[in-house]
Design a protein around this ligand. Structure first.
Ligand SMILES: *Cc1c(COP(=O)(O)O)cnc(C)c1O
Length: 638
């Protein structure tokens, strides 16, 4: 960035630098005041609310950072969009079936999210997908609309099957998706016993392979589903039990975050062949469940990476509908109800992780002395001579020289020929040289290999009040990147190249890869922060998977959570608040008993009183502080 750019920096430059208009999908933007706004398009009226105003509201409610903020409106929007897009695709192509979405509970099981999906989804008969008994209980209790589907995937024992059959008795359209031939026998047996007709589906193991992180979910080696032999075997079991009429659905799931629309089309085409042949076998079917996989454009690159997708939601829906039509029409088979299990695309945009910066480490040189110490060795004199004499022309040579002088200086130190203070003076000059080189890098036509990572090595470390392991597990576990940026000061030029460290004492507890439409970055420009000044960052699109996969690394627990609803007049309400784990909570998760800990500590304190090391009054104060800490938040409190 040149000096001129710095002076003319505007919120539009910030929007471009952080890519918010690409990954933000019209749901987040930057205001002229330089703050991130949450955008809600409520029919006619478009409302925008500053995240900074929401942070103020959180503080007033004693919800300290870090906070997971859920914007309910964005969840409603996602459900509306997928249902309306399918409806539009269906009417524009003359498809004669309907669409029924189901939300897979595993993607975000939090009761407030499921409640909102069940309530808001009712108008579209949007149902739930359950992969375990616990999730089935949730689905049975939360859905009130009798046309919303429940789809049961995953391995099922007798109790699971019985629960689903009870749901059928209550009139709930609850499908068992059979994963193994044994499950088919179990379902046949239990439905006879309970005298309830089941709705049965089969999970196909398609040959279609997909791109992206979850490619293993597809193909012959995928963990789930019936191969062709098992499928035929299961159909025969149904036939001989006189229950083929219960086979109502076929299902496949190619994996999550499918970046390439071609894979989705290929999967549908293959599944339709199964559909056709099973209908010919005499199964009524009527439902085609295409699983999840609808991707989120995390980096805003519109298909430029695996963190993205090369299709829009409209395109996805049209392609699905057309592919089914194209396969079934020549066979004269009626169009089935299309079921999809989009999880990620439904909830990702809802949640924003907000945290504050606690501290910053710089790798800047200290002020350079006016003159060199008399006893300075040649190495230090040479390093000092480089400072201020670096140009685009001699950049590579200067870099090589500086590295050489530094290494010789350190060798002198190892041999005991110079003192610690002299080494430190030399290293300070070295840092000054490297910073000057780094500033020239943007002016180079071609960056030499050895300089490629210099900016990263010199980047500031911003210490954030959060845990990667608790709040962004996929960043650590599978290399997922999420959009991250400051929520304010965006009309000011960000001048510091930075990476972000979390509170854990783990060297993986950092964010050093940043999503961007033009490709992943290794550092991110942030604003300089004065001590005591609050600086807020947000990580966006974290509503899918992150909340439930998080762990207690270093005993940092669940963060505070708040759900906000933006009203038609631009006001907003906190409709739900949840205080995060206390220290006592997380200790009890790992089987400590906080009461017992307190008693032990009290004994230690009592002993100190007996031995005259502290007074009784001091003991009381210490016990008070101990109790207070047990009740406190696991994160850093100001
Ligand atoms: C996880 C899962 C989903 C959700 O996939 P998304 O890519 O998040 O939409 C859907 N169906 C099944 C069977 C799953 O296991």
């Amino acid at each position: 960035m040149t000096e001129k750019d710095k002076q003319t920096w505007t919120p539009d430059d910030a929007a471009e630098y952080y890519g918010i208009r690409d990954w933000g999908a019209g749901l987040f933007d930057i205001s002229p005041a330089g703050e991130v706004n949450v955008i809600v398009n409520g029919g006619e009226s478009k409302q925008s609310v500053s995240l900074v105003d929401m942070v103020d509201g959180l503080h007033q409610r004693d919800l300290a950072m870090p906070v997971l903020l859920r914007v309910e409106n964005h969840l409603d929007t996602a459900i509306t969009q997928i249902n309306e897009s399918f409806a539009q695709a269906i009417s524009s192509t003359g498809y004669t079936g309907v669409y029924r979405g189901v939300f897979p509970i595993k993607v975000n099981q939090q009761s407030h999210i499921i409640d909102e999906i069940a309530r808001f989804g009712e108008r579209y008969h949007h149902g739930l997908e359950a992969g375990s008994k616990a999730e089935l209980l949730v689905a049975m209790a939360m859905l009130r609309d009798r046309e919303s589907l429940i789809v049961c995937n995953g391995y099922k024992d007798e109790e699971f099957v019985d629960l689903g059959l009870r749901a059928r008795q209550l009139g709930i359209p609850c499908f068992f998706v059979v994963e193994t031939p044994d499950e088919m026998s179990l379902i046949i047996e239990r439905s006879r016993k309970l005298k309830v007709e089941p709705l049965i589906g089969v999970r196909l193991k398609l040959g279609t392979k997909v791109d992206g992180h979850w490619s293993e979910d597809s193909g012959d080696r995928s963990l789930f589903g019936l191969n062709t032999q098992q499928l035929i075997d299961s159909v025969d079991r149904l036939k001989s039990a006189g229950m083929l009429h219960c086979l109502r659905l076929i299902h496949f799931h190619l994996g999550s975050q499918i970046p390439n629309i071609q894979n989705i089309r290929a999967g549908i085409r293959e599944a339709c062949r199964y559909y056709i042949d099973l209908v010919e076998e005499g199964a009524p079917l009527g439902y085609l469940d295409i699983g999840g996989g609808l991707a989120v454009d995390y980096d805003g690159s519109r298909g430029g990476s695996q963190q993205s997708r090369n299709y829009s939601l409209q395109e996805y829906c049209v392609d699905v509908v057309e592919a089914i039509q194209g396969a079934l029409d020549p066979e004269g088979i009626a169009h089935p109800t299309i079921v999809s299990e989009s999880g990620r695309a439904t909830v990702a945009y809802t949640s924003v992780l907000l945290f504050n910066i606690l501290n910053v480490s710089h790798f800047d040189p200290s002020p350079l002395p006016a003159e060199l110490a008399e006893d300075a060795p040649e190495e230090v004199i040479n390093l000092a001579a480089l400072v201020g004499n670096i140009s685009v022309k001699n950049i590579q040579e200067s870099y090589n020289d500086a590295v050489y002088y530094l290494e010789s200086l350190r060798e002198l130190f190892r041999r005991g020929e110079i003192k610690l203070r002299m080494r430190s003076i030399g290293e300070n000059y070295y840092l000054a040289v490297m910073q000057q080189i780094a500033r020239l890098i943007p002016e180079l036509d071609r960056v030499p290999v050895m300089l490629e990572h210099l900016t990263e090595h010199l980047a500031d470390i911003y210490y954030g009040n959060f845990s990667v392991f608790q709040s962004l597990p996929d960043f650590w576990a599978i290399g997922q990147t999420f959009p991250l940026m400051p929520i304010h000061r965006l009309n000011e030029v960000p001048t510091r190249d930075a990476i972000i460290a979390d509170l854990t004492c783990d060297c993986d507890g950092k964010i050093d890869r940043f999503a961007h439409p033009e490709g992943e970055r290794r550092t991110l420009l942030l604003h300089s922060v004065e001590p005591e000044e609050e600086y807020y960052l947000a990580v966006f699109l974290v509503g899918a998977y992150q909340e439930t996969l998080g762990d207690l690394h270093n005993l940092f627990g669940d963060t505070n959570v708040a759900s906000v609803r933006i009203n038609g007049d631009g006001s907003f309400d906190f409709v739900h608040e949840l205080h995060g784990d206390t220290i006592a909570d997380v200790l009890s998760y790992v089987e400590y008993e906080p009461d017992n800990l307190f008693k032990r500590f009290r004994n230690t304190a009592e002993e100190a009183v007996r031995e005259g090391r502290i007074s009784v009054a001091e003991r009381q104060k210490m016990l008070g502080a101990f109790t207070e800490s047990l009740r406190g938040y696991t994160y850093f409190e100001r």
